[in-house]
Design a protein around this ligand. Structure first.
Ligand code: CP
Length: 309
């Protein structure tokens, strides 16, 4: 297969295993490119991309912008906080105004679940979801699987536990879809109050004992507690959360094997992960960030190839 089955990347729910394989093969090529002295290719000189961020971001926004620039696309950046959204302009009006400047692709982060799907039905551009509320974060899941593949050779058959605030996490949902598509076994672990009731229908197993989950897995993906999405308390205290669901060096050393530690960032050091674990050789957190550029180059390149047809 040489092209994606989709015209937008709205979620992992909408792509196939073949799409993921193609994105990873293309990312392998771009990873080699960005390790050259000249880190740029002219592939997308004729494409203009708008990065629309309606929610805060460090890694995703910079990674997309760098990926686009490495492909030689023209790039414009929009931050809702400093835009006319503050004067009451709607999402569709905002995007249509941006598209009238001859923009071909929109990368969007938005607090509302489904914002990317909604936009793809109402505007004439290729849409990439850079995170929509607690729904999906497809490029994060792709770079996570790509990093597992790089570290352990393949994703198929690997045992991955996703730990923490599953309820509010778009990273968890996209990772579950991506890992299951590739034949990994997936468990989720966290306080019962932060695990959605439907989760087992997605083919994952719930484990509330962190030590048991870590004994079982090859990879633990540690998630941040998303206090900004919570209107009530889901656990008694941060101290108690850390005691039950935080990963420390002592806990890792008590296991019978060495597991891989991942985190999508931003990290709350001392809450879900201690500093000595985050900075250890077991953690591939900065590899994930580095791989994000190559994976996003692949996604943008493959979607742009479909625009050009
Ligand atoms: N992983 C992630 O989405 O980080 P940012 O919120 O900084 O983009």
């Amino acid at each position: 297969m040489s092209e994606l089955s989709v015209n937008h990347l709205l979620g992992i729910k909408y792509v196939t295993k073949e799409d993921i394989d193609l994105i990873f093969e293309t990312a392998d090529h771009f990873k080699e490119v960005i390790n050259r002295p000249i880190k740029k290719v002219p592939s997308l000189r004729d494409i203009t991309i708008a990065n629309l961020f309606f929610e805060n971001s460090t890694r995703t926004r910079l990674s997309f912008e760098l990926a686009e620039k490495r492909l030689s696309a023209d790039v414009i950046n929009f931050s809702a906080a400093s835009s006319s959204v503050k004067k009451g302009e709607t999402l569709i009006d905002t995007v249509n105004n941006i598209l009238s400047m001859k923009v071909d692709m929109v990368v969007m982060r938005h607090p509302n679940p489904g914002a990317g799907v909604f936009l793809s039905r109402h505007v004439d551009a290729s849409i990439v979801n850079a995170g929509d509320g607690a729904h999906e974060h497809p490029t994060q899941a792709l770079l996570d699987s790509y990093s597992i593949r790089e570290k352990l050779g393949e994703v198929q058959g690997k045992k991955v536990v996703i730990v923490g605030d599953i309820l509010h996490s778009r990273v968890a949902l996209s990772n579950i879809f991506a890992l299951k598509l590739q034949g990994a076994e997936v468990k989720v672990c966290g306080p019962k109050t932060l695990i959605p009731k439907y989760i087992e229908k997605l083919g994952v197993v719930v484990e509330t004992d962190l030590k048991k989950a870590l004994e079982w897995c090859d990879v633990a993906n540690m998630l941040r507690v998303q206090n900004e999405r919570m209107e009530i308390s889901y656990f008694p205290s941060t101290r108690e959360y850390t005691q039950q669901f935080g990963v420390s060096k002592e806990l890792l050393e008590s296991l019978n094997k060495e597991i891989v530690i991942m985190h999508p960032g931003p990290i709350n050091r001392g809450v879900e992960i201690t500093s000595d674990v985050a900075d250890s050789n077991q953690a591939i957190i900065l590899d994930q960030v580095q791989n994000g550029v190559a994976v996003r180059m692949a996604v943008i390149y493959l979607l742009a190839s479909k625009i050009k047809q």
